[in-house]
Structures are given as C-alpha cells and as structure tokens.
Design a protein around this ligand. Structure first.
Ligand code: TYM
Length: 336
C-alpha cells in the first residue's frame, strides 16, 4: 500500500430531525476526532433523495443538520463541513463504483431491505445503489477512518470490497483500506418506545426519539415516559440481557456522562426506575440543552450556515479534484 495520509470522513442525511442516536453514535465522536485527524463532515443531501424529499424541506433540513454539527462542536476552522451535492465528484465516482460493485453484493444490504420493505419494485434505483455513493463519498478523499454508528458497518464493509475490487481490477494500489470507527458506549441507541428497534428519525412516533430540536421540557418528558419493565435495575451489566429498554436507558446514561455501563449500575443497581429516570432526564437536559439551543440560534443564521457550507465545499473540491483525475486516468477516460 502506498503511504496514505490519515483522513476522517463521515456523513449524515438531511432527512427528518437529527436524533440522540445521530449525536451519540456519530457526531459527538467527530468532535474529538477532528483534533487528531484531518476531517471532512458531509451533509449527504444526495443520499436523502433516494426517498422522496420535498425540495423546500430538504433545503431547510440541510441547513439544520449543518447547524447541528456546528452546535455540537464541529469547528469549521479545523474541519471541512459541506453538503454533498456541491461537489460533483461524489456523483462521478459513484457512477464508476456502480460499475465495480456487483449486484450480489448490493442484494445483501440489510438497510435496503428494511427501507424498501415489501414494496421493493417501487423503491428508487438510487436507494439500491445508495451504498456505492457512500463508498464514493469516502474514497473520493481517500479517507482512511470513518466514524459511524453500528448500523453503517455493513455499508463500510462494502466500501472496502469496492476499493479492493477496483485496486485488483485495474492492477493498482490506489484506494486505502477504510477503517470503521464505531466508538463509545452508545453505538446503537434504541427507540424509547420499543427497545428492539433502532432510534430513528423516520419512526412515526415522536416519543420514540429525542430530537436535537426538542426543547428541555420535551427532552425530560420523553425520558420520563420512556418504556421500561417493572423489575429493579440490576447491579451488573449481565443483568441487562433480555431487558432491551432498561439496557438502552442505562447505555444512554453512560454515554451522556462519559462513564461505562458497569459504573452507572454501581450507582443505580437494585433501585426502581423513578430516581434513575429523573436523573437521566436531568443529565440529558444538561448535556443536550446547550446544543439544541445553539442549533436553534444557528438555524436563524441562514447566511452564516450557507457560507460555512460554501467554503467547506470549495475546500472539499480542492482535495477531491486530483484524486478524481487519477481515478479517471486509471479507468481509461480520455482527456486530450
Ligand atoms: P444516517 O444519516 O442514518 O445517520 C448518521 C450517523 O448517525 C448514526 N446513527 C446512530 N448511531 C447510534 N444509534 C442510532 N440509533 C443511530 N442512528 C443513526 C449512523 O450510524 C451514522 O453514523 N449512510 C449514512 C450517511 C452517509 C455516510 C457516508 C456515513 C453517507 N455517506 C459516508 C459515513 C461515510 C446514513 O444514512 O447515516
């Protein structure tokens, strides 16, 4: 492998609200990583349109996700923040990867199966080749590290397969091996209404998730009303097995307080949920309150957010350009 500069890339879709899952599983980890690595964070608007998006709502959500990243502590002086559609290289490389990835690989993607549901025939072709665009996002910058929640693991394995097949097919040592960074206690935050389902921005019940747009009162209410069982909390992590709702809340507590689950259970083991929930509500409000308020403020500052995205896109395009030139040359595209 040629010497490769370490570089972080990650993305969030601007479809619906940012959730506590997005924050704990991804964005919060990015804040620490930007100090160690050259980092690129992308609002993936092209991924969002794989399912229908109202154009006005897409513009609003794109700014809101950017505002969320900034409010959470992504520093535009340190990292690149931009929206995907501003850098055309993503679409160009995705096409090349459409020709590298095999149908058999895409057929195994569980996220496509979940999102397309029973109505597979009516899903967009974009939804099917979604992971190829994701591979393009990462490899357009030859990124080496990708911090994500657990649900993106399979897509990153596909990214590695695409990179490897490209290198093999063309007899080059061009793309690096991408390393997923699945960090922290809360790599898979679950629904507050059903501990077997992932907390998701598309869940029909708003009570199932905490949105980064929720105010302090709403956050506290959702925690208080979160579903639990009737047993007391266990004293050891093993006691959380087969208790998905309890495990989820304890995991959220651990992540928000930067502790491990075992440590949290030392404080609450043997108790019922009343005190625990009230402490978790207070902790959530304490950690998320300043972020949600700053995010709301930034959402009013459209031209500031737009200027960050514009500058970021320029920087991203500068990094992408020579890499894409090389790729086109490897593939055999003539440029007289
Ligand atoms: P998206 O928009 O669904 O989610 C953004 C990030 O949040 C994480 N996440 C969660 N983590 C823990 N618990 C949850 N309940 C939870 N929900 C979401 C996701 O794992 C993700 O890290 N395909 C990606 C976006 C993307 C991307 C990329 C990511 C496009 N190109 C390139 C990395 C690199 C997605 O739909 O994420």
């Amino acid at each position: 492998m040629t010497t490769q500069q370490d570089r972080v890339f990650s993305g969030v879709q601007p479809s619906g609200n940012l959730t506590l899952g997005n924050y704990l599983g991804a964005i919060r980890n990015w804040v620490g990583l930007q100090k160690q690595y050259e980092s690129i964070f992308c609002v993936v608007d092209m991924h969002a349109i794989t399912v229908w998006q109202d154009p006005e709502e897409l513009r609003r959500a794109t700014r809101e996700v950017a505002a969320g990243m900034l409010a959470a502590g992504i520093d535009p002086a340190e990292s690149i923040i931009f929206n995907q559609s501003q850098v055309s290289g993503h679409a160009e490389l995705a096409w090349i990867f459409n020709c590298v990835a095999r149908l058999g690989w895409l057929n195994r993607m569980t996220q496509f199966k979940e999102k397309a549901g029973k109505n597979r025939e009516r899903a967009s072709a974009g939804l099917y080749v979604y992971p190829n665009l994701m591979a393009a996002d990462i490899l357009l910058y030859k990124a080496t590290h990708v911090p994500v929640g657990e649900d993106q693991k399979q897509h990153l394995e596909l990214t590695r397969d695409i990179a490897q097949k490209f290198n093999n097919d063309y007899g080059v040592d061009f793309f690096p091996e991408v390393e997923p960074l699945i960090l922290g206690e809360a790599t898979r935050v679950m629904s507050l209404r059903d501990g077997s389902k992932k907390m998701s921005k598309s869940d029909p019940s708003d009570m199932a998730r905490i949105n980064l747009t929720d105010d302090r009162e709403t956050i506290a209410k959702k925690i208080r009303k979160a579903r639990t069982d009737s047993d007391p909390l266990p004293s050891e992590p093993a006691g959380l097995e087969n208790r998905p709702e309890a495990r989820n809340l304890v995991t959220i507590y651990a992540a928000l307080s930067d502790r491990c689950v075992a440590d949290v259970l030392k404080d609450y083991g043997g108790q019922g949920f009343a005190t625990f929930k009230s402490d978790l509500a207070a902790l959530s409000v304490e950690v998320l309150g300043p972020i949600t308020e700053e995010m709301k403020r930034l959402c009013e500052e459209k031209s500031y957010v737009d200027s960050i995205l514009r500058d970021g896109a320029e920087k991203a395009a500068t990094l992408a350009e020579p890499i894409l030139e090389n790729i086109k040359q490897i593939v055999g595209f003539l440029k007289p």
